[in-house]
Every structure is written in C-alpha cells, then in structure tokens.
Design a protein around this ligand. Structure first.
Ligand SMILES: [Zn+2]
Length: 126
C-alpha cells in the first residue's frame, strides 16, 4: 500500500512483515521514512516497514501550492525584500514569468507578470 505522509508530504510504501498471525495482534506504528513521524497505527501480528518513494516537495513549493517540478519549469527568480536598510531580509517575492505553464497558472490563480509577495523566510531553504 502507498501512503502520503500528512506531516511532510513524502510518499512511501508500507510492507507488512510477519502479519496474518492468528493471535497476538497489537497496534503497530506506521512511520514516515522521511520525517520519522508516526502516520498512524494498525493492528498486526507483525511489524510495518516503510520505504520512501518520493521525497516531499520543498517548503516553498508546498507554500505556493505547486510542485518542485512546476517551480523549476516556471524558472521564476526569487528576490529578497530587504526593506529600506538593505541589511535584513524581511520576505521574498518573485514575478510570475511570461512562460509559466498554463497548468500552474490555473492551479494557483496567478497571472503572468503578477508579483507574488510576502513569501515567509522559513519556507525558503537556502
Ligand atoms: Zn513525513
């Protein structure tokens, strides 16, 4: 079975090992192999092994509601807003490029040439 981690968005598959026993079933955790959070628990006489299929999209992509591939295809350039002093970064912004795929525009409601502002620092990994 394939799962998506609700915490980090990683995709992984879960394999039950030693399940199907007659008695002695107890709740075993299914852990995300990427962030190691317990996604849920299920009754089994065995244990669960989870295998990472796809690492989650970056914080930025998830914040914007797109995938990393979308972001790359857009080729947008992220700019730091350093305010008046120019010393401290307050947030990030970018302009939606002319050749942004239609699908991305549809998904996000952006228009080409639009400025997407106020992107928090903590969604941008340096
Ligand atoms: Zn996770």
């Amino acid at each position: 079975m394939n799962e998506e981690c609700p915490k980090c968005g990683a995709k992984f598959s879960v394999t039950e090992v030693g399940g199907g026993g007659i008695c002695g079933a107890c709740r075993e955790p299914i852990d995300c192999p990427y962030c190691h959070e317990t996604v849920r628990e299920e009754r089994t006489t065995g244990t669960f092994i989870s295998t990472l299929i796809k690492v989650p999209d970056s914080h930025l992509a998830r914040y914007l509601g797109i995938s990393d591939d979308d972001w790359e295809e857009m080729g947008a350039e992220l700019n730091a807003n350093t305010g008046n002093s120019g010393e401290m970064t307050y947030c990030y912004w970018f302009i939606v490029p002319e050749d942004t795929p239609e699908e991305v525009l549809h998904k996000t409601g952006w228009k080409t040439g639009q400025i997407i502002d106020d992107i928090p620092l903590d969604v941008v990994d340096n």
